[in-house]
Design a protein around this ligand. Structure first.
Ligand code: IPE
Ligand code: IPE
Ligand code: MG
Length: 241
């Protein structure tokens, strides 16, 4: 299957909870279950990379209580889910500006990212305090620093080399980007890495996004013709050859 990397903007937890007359954090809690089933579906379909947008650099501006609950939930989920994920062949990594988190949480993320499953099935990237614009600026800074240190030169910079300075490194570009929750925007998620992604906006709120809905999107993705600038005729010829 030509689907190497799925990225998801997991949106709609707050509205899901509000519809049930419960606090927004109840929705975030319910969303953890969806994360679990989404990972399982990726493993089942043999998709090797999944990047989940869990907390944006803009989400710090939410009410303090909600941010605090999200941090607690994040810590609790890492403690609770990691052993099982390892068993399933999932390698966890974290992308974003991690320095802003508490020492305890930073330590936990470091510890978890050092764990490698025996039989690797899925690279799971969790984007926290992540912003697409931050990612590009951070890459530019690191590149400039390598130029100043004589490790590389400006003339050597190519798209491929620049990609290596970004937080997902030399991993594959996103093939399929999904946003749940009905909004039609990117909200400063991956920018560079979605340059040629197929985008699906799904109305389902994140806690209700089940394996069936996810698999349906994967099937629809398979039916899309990715032309990368070529004509439809060219693509068909290549398929037939
Ligand atoms: C996404 O759900 C989770 C995070 C941003 C942490 P929201 O909390 O944004 O849910 P809605 O969009 O308000 O429904
Ligand atoms: C995007 O959702 C961030 C995450 C899903 C983590 P938001 O709910 O924060 O996005 P906006 O504010 O609607 O653009
Ligand atoms: Mg939202």
């Amino acid at each position: 299957m030509n689907l190497k990397h799925i990225a998801i903007i997991m949106d709609g937890n707050g509205r899901w909870a509000t519809q049930r007359k419960r606090p927004r954090t109840f929705g975030h809690q319910a969303g953890v279950k969806t994360v679990r089933s989404t990972i399982e579906t990726c493993v089942k379909h043999g998709i090797p990379n999944l990047t989940l947008f869990a907390f944006s650099s803009e989400n710090w501006s939410r009410p303090e209580k909600e941010v605090q609950r999200l941090m607690e939930l994040f810590m609790r989920s890492l403690n609770k889910e990691t052993a099982e994920l390892l068993k399933q062949g999932v390698k966890q990594s974290f992308i974003g500006d991690l320095n802003r988190f508490s020492e305890k949480l930073q330590h936990k993320m470091f510890e978890v990212s050092e764990l490698h499953p025996e039989d690797l099935k899925l690279n799971l990237n969790i984007a926290v305090n992540y912003g697409g614009k931050w990612d590009v600026v951070d890459a530019a800074k690191n590149f400039a620093s390598d130029v100043l240190n004589g490790k590389t030169s400006i003339d050597d910079l190519s798209e491929e080399q620049f990609n290596n300075y970004l937080s997902l490194g030399d991993g594959p570009m996103v093939d399929l980007l999904i946003r749940t929750g009905g909004e039609h925007r990117i909200s400063n998620f991956l920018l560079w890495q979605i340059a040629y992604a197929e985008i699906f906006f799904e109305d389902t709120l994140w806690p209700d996004f089940d394996a069936t809905t996810f698999s349906q999107i994967i099937n629809k993705f398979q039916q899309r013709e990715r032309r990368f600038g070529q004509t439809s005729e060219q693509i068909k010829e290549q398929k037939d050859a």
